[in-house]
Design a protein. Structure first.
Lengths: 451, 1011
């Protein structure tokens, strides 16, 4: 009896009170211990990206930066979009920031847990780690391009994270490249199925090529033309995998032009398709429309028009399906082959290979049904590339806003654009403001100049 | 903390009368035997009897049971005749004596059941002062009341019931100082908020810890089995049979609660079920029948006023009236919707039986209850509870081993409408008739009466708990105790939407649906303890060490099926074309070591301390353990002889100070982990998970430090007892969704912040013993609590943040409505006090702070006895601000087809009007300013009340032929309320849930003795 008492009184309850993880939810500690659930965590990111957010739909980078730049204008004049459109955004409502950082937070956890996880098939773990690093770099790429210097958060300690000050863009780019180089080696050159063991015809997970494509993009920004060229070459050499398709096929699911697409999950259409063809809050701006020459096939294939209250409006028509009755035909294209030609063209131009630059550019020009570009003046060629980027990549992923930035023509172009918008351009508007909520909750954070 | 509630203790009422007579008569009786002197504290019955036998040279032949009354007494008989003591034995202990030569035969008086007297008797010539030691239950033990330092109130529940359909906690409203009860509706099973010592958490639950027979349980069913009527936090107390509860003890301050450590920041409520009594079997039969109704309807506009409102709205809008009410329905007969939908009388029918008896070694109690309540809604809705309760005790011959078992089981069947029909009472008064001329439901319009056909809620709840108490006396002063218990509550419910709610001609285009909800919670607890108690001449020492291991599981699941094409198939979910399923499990583990020590020096100075080390699975691995402690000092100053000389009219006086810490871990399970939820989509055909809240391994308990100082006085031989307590608590380390910069990956994280809340309570209780007013005796109790709640610090002290998030614990910021402008539109005050109206571009600031905590509350209890009649009446009151229930936030005055209360009549009609309400309109033009007004000072109003909670008139009679005591009684509940509150119920404060019902009940209670 007495022994029993002693046992009862002395037994440690340290172990006893550990209730363990819940039985019907996975938690951060065990989700990365199993191939299927670890993949599920990454699938969660893709699923989130496919839903309206910074990647697609009415809060997306493509849509809102397109408004800030010179691609769209709002149809409804008392629209809440006016601050974005007229470049007078305040720090109270700032798009993208929370969505991208939330994704980065998930990838930080994934990278941390995957690095120490032991329960996974090595190849699965390797691929997931690659995907997570790729996604983190992908997130930072947009943050640094839209906001300038930003807090660089790569760990999971919220106490550290909540006090993180802004990191100079240069260091953010270093981290992006560091992650992309890691992803580049970790990711498979094959398109993978959801089990990450078998290959797939679905191009809905980032691959080795997606990492290279982003490396090419980033290197170009950093004026590391050789790397950009090498990366672009590696992709363009994959002629079994990638090629330029006809214009109507580009955004079809798993088209030959796809480097990485996101599969729609809410409906059998992309949210971009639904936005531009269904909701139609904005129309293509005269600046963009007049930039096209009349013979440009892209005007036929990628632009549509509609009558609203006796006015004709033009809308992006890259994605053509937007109704539930449509069978699923299109995926949201994130990275595509045509851009790689444009990147390589610019890299070659910078490295003095005028002819090569011209050839690459003409791949895109000719596909649009236009006569090849013959001018060999480097400056003209540079302008032609920028122009071609405007026409080829409009309404996709904020290319226009970012291109204006990197080409140094933002002020000039926006001065012209704001004249049409009925507002005036201030140079500090090149960066979006840091959200006031973050400034309030993080004393180490500073606002972008001018706001 | 005295035994405040004589009125629940109704049995010995006229025995009292008898007592005083008897004592006086015996005083003058001659005795042949020497007088007896017994001056001793803590004396047991056996010792008393032995002492009488020794001093007066009697041979005593007591019935063996007589010895075994577990009570001890403080006696002060100084040279009194034996007969006095024998009378005392009879009146207080129910022990009958017969003097037969040199023998005194003692036996238990079975003509009345044993009751703990719980109050003091007096012999008025000053010779005898008999003070049975009053025992009070504390955590894990019971101690003499006078040595208690904690803030404890014990409520004995005798044979009375709370109003039908409410649970036992509502019947203590106004009886316990420091405990505020806020009912959330009049339907069976809805939750009731119980707040002990004020709200001390910004974000987390402030429910007290409930312990029934030693087993902690949650007082709510999470998500309320899916019922809209029961709400997301339906009461689980409703499924405990009221009649099996013997006492409810409220532990309030740190001294009383810190032994419960991390779970006791909000106080603790200990519930004890009925225990068996020894003696020949007695049978108690009760039955009662009651009727209840909505006491006060909302004051909707009369048809004339309604049409005037509608026409005025059209005039204001410069448009013709739109809507059926002014068109096709214009000449319909008017309908009183409140009468139709919530106007029925609900009935309640209760029967209860118990049988109890046993020897001193073994006793048993068995009871059974059936309770059937209907509702005030049309249609056939009801709830039925069947309950069983059992208690059995065994004591070994040498009295070293005690084994006690208690078990309760209840099964309740609920049938309710899916929606509270009170939500439809604001129909226009001239809608088409509810029923067709043939008595069928009129489907020609969206008739709200279809709610009696569906959706329908049907549920059953099983509640079971059982506990075993083992006690083994190792040495005289040392015993080993173990309390092992288990509590289980499970419920299954379905909500069916049949096709019959649709008009017959559209049924083929519609489908039915079925939702099923399952809930199950189970708790296992084991608490081995070592108990030491010893009394030396000057010192009394007691000590207790123990450990707790507890495990609670919770399982919830629901299935939702749609697409039923045939009502006959509705009860089988497999007939649905689309089924969705969701499930939730949680496990809570808890372990603690605890100890307590008390020293009483010369019955005068009391020192007491508690310590506990707690571990809870709700915190990250590094934060699972914490220490809680308390200490208290008390001084019974009336024990000084010099004091007694100086203030002879103060017979008892105690001063006490206690201080200690407690914690709050009511944050839900697994919150410190980051959980991943399965998304309702697949990606590439594979499962996808999305992460939930950010993980935080570092957060820990909210801690509440409580300080209490009190004085307790017994005046004029306890004819008046005064208890004054001052309670202060400071709750810090608040666990809130702490805001993050979103760059950290989320907008907030659950974390401790150095915010602090202070609660200060003044509590006063005045209580009188039975005072004679001729033939009528009166005893009363009055209590008042004056609470105050302050958010004393918040990080950054940023008021604007508080305004933004309503982060104070009891107060919030609202728009300051300043009236109506010249266009008939609401206007509000901005920061500078200027009037502004709603427009898209400027945010209206929330400038007015509203404090919803009561300014004071309490109750007033009276018991009158006249011969065999007893009249109890009980008032409760509160001074507070509440929410006006007279405006529908979604239906602006003037809107077609919706009636309004008369409050809207004070509206703007023309420029220059000083009105409370903006102009009537049938359009949506003013909707934004109306929406703001619904968050403004307009909807807060004085909700103070003095409510006549309960009145009971009973008559007791002993019917010889059947040897039974019979009590006849009539009761009324919530009959009357004095309140400036303009709406239906100042306590419930809502137009969308049924108010508390007024009830009348008649019953009979037969106690068969000596079967």
């Amino acid at each position: 009896m007495r022994i029993l008492i002693l046992l009862l009184l002395c037994c440690s309850c340290r172990k006893w009170i550990d209730a363990g993880p819940p039985t019907n939810n996975l938690v951060d500690d065990n989700i990365y211990n199993n191939d299927a659930s670890a993949t599920g965590a990454l699938n969660g990111i893709y699923t989130t990206l496919s839903q309206p957010g910074f990647a697609t739909g009415e809060f997306s980078i493509a849509y809102l930066t397109g408004l800030s730049a010179d691609e769209f204008y709002p149809i409804n004049q008392d629209s809440s979009l006016l601050p974005v459109y007229q470049n007078r955004m305040t720090a109270v409502y700032v798009p993208f920031w929370s969505g991208i950082y939330s994704m980065i937070g998930t990838t930080n956890t994934a990278i941390e847990k995957l690095s120490t996880s032991s329960g996974l098939t090595p190849i699965v773990r390797q691929h997931l780690l690659g995907e997570a690093k790729f996604l983190r770099a992908f997130g930072y790429y947009y943050l640094v391009n839209i906001f300038g210097d930003i807090p660089l958060i790569t760990g999971t300690d919220f106490k550290k994270n909540k006090a993180a000050a802004r990191t100079p863009a240069k260091q953010v780019y270093d981290q992006i490249l560091y992650d992309l180089c890691a992803a580049d080696t970790l990711l498979s050159p094959e398109f993978m199925d959801a089990d990450l063991i078998n290959t797939s015809t679905e191009r809905v997970r980032p691959s080795h090529w997606a990492a290279l494509a982003l490396i090419a993009r980033v290197s170009l920004i950093l004026k590391d033309y050789k790397t950009a060229l090498t990366a672009a070459n590696a992709i363009i050499d994959q002629n079994n995998l990638f090629s330029l398709t006809t214009l109507d096929q580009v955004f079809r699911k798993n088209s030959q032009e796809t480097i990485w697409q996101l599969q729609p999950v809410l409906a059998p259409y992309t949210e971009d398709g639904h936005l531009f063809l269904g909701t139609q809050p904005v129309a293509l701006s005269p600046i963009l429309l007049t930039a096209f020459s009349g013979k440009d096939q892209r005007l036929d294939q990628w632009v549509t028009s509609a009558q609203i209250n006796n006015t004709t409006y033009y809308f992006p028509y890259k994605y053509k399906s937007w109704q539930s009755k449509d069978p699923i035909a299109e995926y949201l294209t994130v990275l595509r082959f045509a851009e790689i030609y444009l990147i390589r063209s610019e890299a070659k131009l910078a490295l003095g290979n005028i002819e090569g630059a011209q050839n690459d550019l003409n791949k895109i020009v000719v596909r649009a049904g236009l006569p090849p570009f013959k001018d060999t003046n480097p400056e003209d060629l540079q302008l032609a590339i920028l122009h071609e980027r405007q026409l080829e990549l409009f309404s996709e992923w904020g290319h226009r806003w970012l291109d204006l930035h990197h080409s140094g023509t933002l002020d000039e172009a926006m001065a012209a654009a704001t004249a049409q918008k009925g507002s005036s351009w201030q140079s500090f508007r090149q960066w979006y403001p840091i959200p006031s909520n973050d400034l309030l909750n993080n004393p180490n954070l500073t606002q972008n100049a001018g706001y | 903390m005295n035994d405040i509630f004589p009125y629940v203790n109704k049995l010995p009422i006229f025995l009292y009368l008898f007592l005083f007579n008897a004592i006086c008569q015996r005083c003058i009786a001659q005795t042949q035997h020497p007088n007896v002197t017994i001056i001793k504290n803590d004396i047991s019955m056996k010792e008393i009897i032995d002492e009488i036998a020794r001093q007066a040279h009697y041979n005593m032949s007591p019935d063996e049971e007589t010895y075994n009354l577990d009570q001890t007494f403080d006696l002060n008989f100084s040279n009194v005749p034996v007969q006095e003591i024998l009378n005392w034995l009879k009146t207080y202990q129910g022990i009958i004596s017969r003097i037969n030569n040199n023998y005194i035969n003692l036996s238990i008086d079975h003509s009345r059941p044993y009751t703990n007297p719980g109050y003091t008797g007096h012999y008025r010539n000053g010779v005898i002062c008999i003070r049975p030691v009053d025992i009070i239950q504390v955590a894990y033990d019971s101690i003499p009341r006078k040595f208690n330092l904690g803030d404890i109130t014990e409520i004995k529940t005798n044979h009375l019931q709370p109003p039908s359909g409410t649970d036992f906690i509502t019947s203590i409203e106004g009886k316990v100082p420091g405990v505020f009860i806020k009912p959330s509706g009049g339907n069976f099973g809805v939750g009731t908020d119980v707040l002990i010592g004020g709200k001390n958490s910004i974000n987390n639950s402030t429910r007290p810890l409930y312990v029934i027979d030693g087993i902690p349980f949650y007082d709510f069913i999470e998500q309320g089995l899916g019922s809209n009527l029961l709400g997301p936090a339906a009461s689980s107390r409703s499924y405990i049979d009221n009649l099996t509860i013997e006492s409810i003890v409220f532990l309030k301050d740190a001294e009383a609660t810190s032994i419960y450590g991390s779970r006791a920041a909000n106080g603790a409520i200990l519930i004890t079920t009925r225990k068996a009594r020894k003696g020949p079997p007695t049978v108690n039969l009760q039955t009662s029948f009651g009727q209840s109704k909505v006491r006060r309807f909302a004051d909707y506009l009369s048809p004339t006023q309604y049409f005037a409102m509608r026409e005025e709205a059209a005039r204001n809008d410069n448009s013709p009236t739109i809507g059926d009410d002014m068109g096709d329905w214009r000449n319909n007969k008017s309908i009183d919707w409140q009468k139709e939908l919530i106007g029925k009388s609900a009935t309640s029918f209760n029967t209860h039986m118990n049988i109890s008896g046993g020897t001193s070694q073994m006793q048993f109690l068995l009871s059974g209850t059936r309770r059937h309540n209907t509702t005030v809604y049309p249609g056939d809705f009801s709830n039925t509870m069947n309950g069983l309760h059992i208690n059995s005790n065994f004591m070994s011959k040498d009295k070293h081993l005690l084994v006690s078992f208690s078990g309760s089981y209840s099964y309740t069947y609920l049938s309710l409408p899916g929606q509270d029909l009170i939500n439809s009472v604001n129909q226009a008064p001239n809608t088409p008739p509810i029923y067709t001329t043939t008595g069928q439901i009129n489907y020609k319009w969206p008739n709200p009466i279809t709610a009696i056909l569906g959706p329908l809620f049907n549920g059953d709840v099983t509640n079971m708990f059982g506990s075993i108490l083992l006690e083994y006396k190792i040495f005289r002063s040392l015993s080993l105790k173990a309390n092992i218990g288990s509590y289980m509550l499970s419920g299954d419910a379905s909500i069916t939407t049949p096709l019959t709610i649709f008009a017959p001609e559209v049924r083929k285009f519609r489908t039915g649906s079925l939702q099923q909800y399952h809930y199950k919670t189970a708790t296992l607890i084991s608490e081995p303890q070592l108990l030491f108690k010893h009394a030396w001449p000057k010192w009394k020492v007691d000590g207790l060490v123990g450990t707790t291991v507890l495990k609670t599981t919770q399982e919830r699941s629901n299935e939702s099926g749609t697409g039923f094409t045939n009502d006959a198939l509705l009860n089988n979910i497999t007939n649905a074309t689309n089924i969705q399923y969701d499930e939730y499990h949680s496990l809570y583990k808890y372990g603690a070591y605890w100890g307590r020590a008390g020293i009483v020096f010369k019955d005068k100075l009391i020192f007491h301390g508690n310590i506990r080390k707690d571990g809870s699975s709700r915190f990250g691995p590094d934060q699972r353990f914490a220490w809680f402690h308390s200490f208290g000092v008390g001084w019974i100053f009336s024990q000084d002889s010099s004091f007694q000389k100086q203030f002879p009219w103060i017979n008892f006086g105690k001063l006490k100070i206690t201080y200690g810490t407690t914690g709050n871990d009511q944050i839900g399970d697994y919150q410190f982990m980051q959980r991943y939820y399965k998304m309702p989509f697949t990606y590439q055909g594979a499962i996808a998970y999305s992460p939930g809240n950010l993980p935080n391994n570092h957060y820990s308990w909210e801690t509440t430090a409580k300080f209490e100082a009190g004085i307790e006085l017994g005046l004029w031989e306890n004819r008046l007892t005064v208890i004054l307590n001052h309670y202060r608590s400071r709750s810090s380390n608040q666990l809130v969704a702490s805001l993050l910069p979103e760059s950290a990956g989320a907008a907030s994280i659950l974390a401790n912040i150095p915010a602090a809340i202070r609660n200060v309570n003044w509590e006063l209780t005045l209580q009188t013993e039975k005072l004679s007013l001729g033939n009528i005796f009166w005893s009363g109790q009055f209590n008042i609590t004056i609470p105050s709640n302050t958010l004393i610090s918040y990080p950054g002290k940023d008021e604007s943040l508080l305004k933004l998030r309503d982060l104070s614990s009891t107060s919030l910021y609202v728009f300051q409505l300043t009236g109506v402008n010249d266009k008939g539109e609401f206007q509000f005050a901005d920061e500078h006090g200027n009037n502004i109206t709603y427009d898209n571009n400027h945010a209206i600031p929330r400038t007015k702070r509203i404090d919803l905590s009561p300014r004071s509350f309490g109750g007033f209890l009276n018991t009158f006895t006249y011969k065999r009649f007893t009249l109890d009446c009980h008032f409760s009151y509160a001074f507070q601000l509440g929410i006006r229930d007279q405006l529908d936030p979604y239906k602006m005055p003037g809107k077609a087809n919706y009636n309004q209360t008369t409050f809207v009549l004070n509206r703007w009609q023309q420029p220059g009007d000083k009105a409370q309400m903006q102009r009537f309109t049938q359009t949506t033009q003013l909707k934004d300013s109306y929406a703001k007004a619904m968050w403004s000072t307009l909807i807060y109003t004085d909700a103070s009340y003095l409510s006549f909670k309960e009145i009971t008139l009973s008559y007791k009679n002993f019917i010889k032929p059947i040897k039974a005591n019979v009590i006849y009684y009539i009761q009324g509940f919530n009959m009357l309320s004095f309140t400036p509150y303009p709406g239906m119920d100042p306590q419930v404060q809502s137009a969308t849930v049924l108010p508390l019902l007024a009830e009348y009940r008649a019953g009979i209670n037969v106690q068969f003795q000596k079967l």
